[in-house]
Design a protein around this ligand. Structure first.
Ligand code: SF4
Length: 295
């Protein structure tokens, strides 16, 4: 439980405000990004062009058949609510079809907005889980700064130094991670040496290892076996969970888990998830692959 006394401000969106809202979006993920023909996409599509499956009302013409039709990548992607923020918030509900001259600005703004919303997603969790008041203050300040940036104007967004912002966010996320994970080692327990950030654990059976409190940030966990594992306090920021076996795993207290990671993994109704995340509809068929969007 956090000891931070800073109230969650209405100006800093919680995770419920960072969910996709496709009905209020001009299908920006289906236009702004490009993708390459692969196991995840049946066709090549250049960035900045509408997908041929996109309907006139901005819905997907094969929405209920994406995986069988070879578009598994589309089922993995999550915009963290950036689509509707750009479509409605920055461009006042006027689509790129109605106003074609807005296309490039709208698509570019979406790519940046998605990154900002993703940062807000992680920072919302960091604030909830920070133990130290100073760390909590730093997180809250960043959330406020980024929230303001998401309001526009578009020109300011496009001129943003996103990488510098990313560095600041990474720093505070790491500080909170350290605090949270440290709570798992009060009894002097140690983790196996191979449980490290960026570790290559592809295909490894991790079921019998003690994982709680491990830092697996950026680790390659492709097809790793985590069935029934307890991942409380495990930092999974950026970990590659494609085809990871999560059936029956305890993920409700894992750190920095995001929906696209779940969407690319394998799980079942017994997998316990953190608040704000959902079991993807395809888990029962176990046919997941990564998304490979390109800018
Ligand atoms: S196939 Fe994918 S990119 Fe194309 S319209 Fe459907 S969801 Fe969008």
């Amino acid at each position: 439980m956090s000891t931070t006394s800073i109230p969650r401000s209405a100006a800093t969106p919680g995770r419920d405000a960072l969910q996709p809202g496709c009905s209020n979006c001009f299908a920006l993920c289906c236009t702004a990004f490009g993708f390459s023909r692969s196991a995840d996409f049946a066709i090549d599509k250049p960035a900045g062009t509408p997908c041929p499956n996109l309907a006139a009302d901005f819905s997907c013409g094969i929405h209920d058949r994406l995986r069988p039709r070879g578009f598994r990548g589309c089922t993995v992607f999550d915009c963290f609510g950036a689509g509707q923020a750009v479509s409605q918030g920055l461009f006042d509900g006027v689509s790129w079809r109605e106003k074609p001259e807005s296309r490039s600005g709208m698509f570019a703004a979406f790519k940046i907005m998605r990154q900002l919303h993703e940062m807000l997603w992680y920072l919302a969790e960091a604030q909830e889980r920070a133990f130290d008041a100073d760390t909590g203050t730093a997180v809250q300040e960043l959330r406020l700064t980024i929230s303001k940036l998401t309001k526009g104007p578009v020109a300011g967004l496009l001129a943003l130094d996103v990488e510098t912002l990313h560095s600041r966010v990474r720093q505070v996320l790491a500080e909170v991670s350290e605090e949270v994970r440290a709570a798992f080692f009060a009894s002097g327990d140690e983790l196996e040496e191979r449980l490290q950030p960026q570790a290559d654990l592809a295909g490894v059976d991790l079921r019998t290892l003690r994982l709680c409190g491990a830092n697996l940030r950026g680790a390659c966990l492709i097809a790793a076996d985590l069935r029934g594992a307890d991942l409380a306090g495990v930092d999974l920021l950026g970990a590659d969970l494609r085809d990871a076996r999560l059936e029956g795993a305890e993920l409700s207290r894992a750190l920095y888990l995001a929906q696209p990671q779940l969407n690319s993994a394998r799980g079942n109704p017994e997998t316990r998830l953190p608040g704000g995340l959902e079991a993807p509809g395809h888990w029962h068929v176990n046919q997941n692959h990564a998304q490979t969007w390109t800018a």
